[in-house]
Design a protein around this ligand. Structure first.
Ligand code: NOJ
Length: 764
């Protein structure tokens, strides 16, 4: 803060201290309603203290972003003591959190507790699969439980606010952060957003008072998933139609589920940085949706508005961000430096500060932080909860459910449990670190169960292992660029040798856990390094290969999908990876996952997604080149959204509607008979797609509008009924109005977005 401000601050603080004794901390009275307590507290706050609530500092080490130049620990401690800090992120551990909380509560004038944020994205220490993998389960209950485990462990480590779920719809596999979301579909994405929020926060706001729940944060508001060409932090320039129909629905669902915070995003959206966008943060979020929690900026995104060319300096960026509705400044250090002055000079209205602070305090009260600021700082609980057997069981269950079987010719899978010679090949098979994924700040390195360890438990087979080739060279960390091994093939021979005599070769290939996530965009979606070459070499010797993919994004594997008889999509599955993969390979668990994102044939197809528009020339009716296609590759994906096999088979028949003509407001019932026609008990995700044939705005060729995960014993048939209401039939026009229009609708029901039984109905 500038010198004159320090003087003003000192005077106002002295004044406040002398009057403090006269005023009681009436806001601590638990019997009063929260809104009254906030008002009582705010009446006693100086402008500096209010601005302090809007300031969030990172902990005193560089973990999740570039360390701020002036932000050393000493300054941060000093600001904490002055009450100039409302929140900290990435401080963790009951003891550490207690230490900073103690300063805020016991050394500042009003004793306002900090809210402690952390990127609990797919678990705290006991890690679940990466979010994209969880989405492949389509199992909302399991996803909710996984978020509960994350909240349980994080809250035991002092944390009371997670920067999750990320609800960015993403269609471009080049973007590294697709691993953090739920894929390409807004309907599935919305359901998963709600499941995760309920898992983190509980079902209702009062649940936040429990010691094992934490506030959630829907991010990144908005459209970050549409970074041009999949390049990280890039420009976003999309239509209103895409914004309202694709980007915003999961954010809206998050608000309806009571999410307590939002994080804005790094990108510009149609020329305006999200952090400085009143349209997004005020008009849509706070006015239209009536969101009453608070918005935190992304890391230094207030400062980045200067780089965007939207603000000329720190003061300008601060004013624009606050006016636009960014309530808390994460690590830009701009609010704390500029905001008091901006209010005093009349450039920012104090009422805007009051509104932001009111929102922040509301969440702190809801969490019960004023009643017991140390409620999350119980070291005994921390010891008991983190890494518990129960939590490991939940993430193992989630991991198995996240696996997608992409191909299984000649029933190569499941493997026999005895008498087979199995050659396990691939450095990732013996990697205990990579399966932990990208967001795993609080987990210990090398703590995942590797695939090798998982398979070794099946002792009646003869298992041999060779890495074949390293995927990376040098260090693999969250902050450093990875270096891929394209030269050293010295392990090929040993791998070929074990492949020679094997009944089955299991190859674990794909991306390293740190190859996706923030800052990890790629322009090549093939198997990195030497892995494709290794795969082809082994195939020449023994084609009986099960390819187990590890990856945080859709990969393009056209050669493998043609030649390799069995392919298992195993993502990065977290702490229990090896156990989950082994149980699936050996048939102790029958896979039921379905892809939440289309897999391209090659990167040139990106962005590729199932809910595209038809175009004017969708098919080759004239048998010439003038239709919407590529000349060098089919236009369809390699594996479509919603696709995934099982060790059993499912047949669909008797698709029925309760009527053929409906009036708006009526409920449409769609029923179908699904039979497990194979040899194993199994689960199937029954998917309902809708197409509005002619509307005032063109509508996608199909859109997911319902699904159910169904358990069927072998030979069993069940009738599944899915319903459609106005909520599913309509769409948003270019001004954000929701329209339900009369006309013909086609429906398709099946086990994937590319095939199913079809029918239609009329809406009057
Ligand atoms: C930047 C990321 O974009 C955001 O998702 C994350 O929560 C913050 N850093 C804090 O680590």
């Amino acid at each position: 803060m500038k010198n004159n401000l320090i003087l003003a601050t000192t005077i106002s603080t002295l004044f406040a201290i002398t009057t403090m004794n006269a005023q009681k901390k009436t806001y601590l009275d638990k019997t009063k309603p929260i809104e009254e307590r906030i008002d009582l507290l705010m009446k006693q706050m100086t402008l500096d203290e209010k601005v302090g609530q809007m300031n969030q500092y990172n902990g005193f080490w560089e973990v999740t972003g570039p360390a701020p130049k002036g932000g050393d620990a000493e300054t941060k401690y000093e600001h904490l003591r002055k009450g100039w800090v409302g929140s900290m992120l990435s401080v963790r551990g009951a003891k550490n959190v207690k230490a900073v909380q103690k300063i805020a509560v016991e050394e500042t004038r009003l004793g306002i507790p900090l809210i402690i944020g952390f990127d609990v994205i797919h678990g705290y220490k006991t890690l679940s699969p990466i979010p994209l993998a969880e989405a492949a389960s389509w199992d909302l209950e399991a996803i909710k439980k996984s978020a509960q485990v994350a909240a349980d462990e994080a809250s035991a480590a002092g944390i009371n606010w997670t920067f999750g779920p990320m609800v960015d719809v993403a269609r471009d596999a080049r973007w590294g952060r697709v691993m953090e979301g739920s894929g390409e579909d807004p309907f599935l994405g919305s359901k998963i957003a709600v499941a995760r929020i309920n898992g983190f926060q509980g079902e209702k706001v009062e649940d936040l008072l429990n010691v094992n729940t934490i506030a959630a944060c829907a991010k990144h508001f908005a459209a970050y998933g549409f970074a041009e060409a999949g390049k990280e932090y890039n420009t976003v320039d999309i239509s209103n139609s895409t914004l309202y129909n694709v980007v915003l629905p999961p954010f809206k669902a998050a608000n309806d589920a009571g999410v307590r915070t939002y994080m804005n995003s790094f990108n510009i959206l149609n020329g305006v940085p999200a952090t400085g966008s009143s349209f997004l943060q005020r008009d849509i979020l706070k006015e239209k949706w009536k969101f009453n929690g608070f918005v935190v900026s992304d890391w230094a995104s207030v400062r980045e508005m200067v780089n965007h060319g939207f603000a000329k300096d720190a003061a300008d960026a601060t004013a624009k961000a606050v006016i636009a509705g960014s309530d808390m400044d994460m690590e830009a250090h701009y609010y704390v430096a500029e905001l008091v002055n901006l209010v005093k000079s009349g450039k920012v209205k104090e009422s805007l500060i009051d509104d932001a602070v009111h929102r922040i305090l509301r969440v702190k009260f809801e969490l019960g932080l004023f009643d017991d600021p140390y409620k999350y700082c119980n070291e005994a609980r921390e010891k008991a909860v983190i890494g518990s057997k129960t939590n490991n069981n939940v993430v193992l269950d989630m991991a198995k459910k996240s696996i997608v079987l992409l191909k299984n010719e000649n029933n190569l899978l499941p493997l026999k449990k005895s008498g087979q010679k199995i050659a396990l090949i691939g450095a990732l098979a013996n990697d205990k670190n990579s399966p932990l994924g990208s967001w795993r700040i609080a987990s210990d390195d090398n703590t995942a169960v590797s695939v090798l360890e998982g398979m070794q438990q099946y002792k009646d087979n003869q298992l041999t292992f060779e890495k074949g080739t390293d995927v990376t060279i040098g260090k693999t960390t969250f902050v450093d660029e990875l270096v891929f091994n394209t030269t050293d093939k010295s392990g090929f021979e040993a791998a070929k040798n074990i492949a020679k005599g094997a009944d089955v070769v299991v190859m674990v290939l794909g991306e390293h856990g740190f190859q996706t996530g923030e800052g990890r965009s790629r322009t090549d979606l093939n198997l990195p390094g030497n892995q494709q070459e290794l795969l082809e070499e082994i195939y020449k010797i023994n084609p009986n290969i099960v390819l187990v993919l590890n990856n945080g994004r859709p990969l393009s594997i056209p050669w493998a999908s043609e030649k390799i008889p069995a392919i298992v999509e195993a993502w990065q599955l977290g702490t229990q990876t090896g156990n989950a993969v082994a149980q699936v390979l050996y048939g102790d668990y029958n896979p039921s996952g379905k892809l939440p994102m289309s897999f391209p044939r090659n990167v040139g197809q990106c962005p590729i997604y199932y809910n595209n528009y038809n175009t004017g020339r969708p098919v080759n009716s004239d048998k010439n080149v003038f239709w919407s296609h590529y000349t060098d590759v089919e236009k369809t994906p390699l594996f479509p959204f919603g696709f995934g096999l099982s060790y059993t088979t499912f047949d669909y028949k008797n698709l029925k509607l309760n009527k053929v003509t409906f009036v708006k407001g009526e409920t449409i019932e769609v029923s179908v008979e699904v039979t497990n026609s194979g040899n194993y008990d199994g689960k199937e995700v029954v998917q309902l797609y809708l197409h509005d044939v002619a509307a005032s705005l063109a509508r996608p060729v199909k859109e997911l509008k319902g699904f159910e995960l169904v358990k069927l014993k072998k030979g069993e048939t069940k009738t599944i009924t899915l319903t459609l209401t106005d909520k599913e039939l309509g769409f948003f026009d270019n001004d954000g109005n929701y329209l339900v229009e009369s006309g013909t609708f086609k429906i398709m029901v099946g086990g994937s977005s590319d095939r199913g039984l079809e029918s239609s109905f009329e809406l009057k």
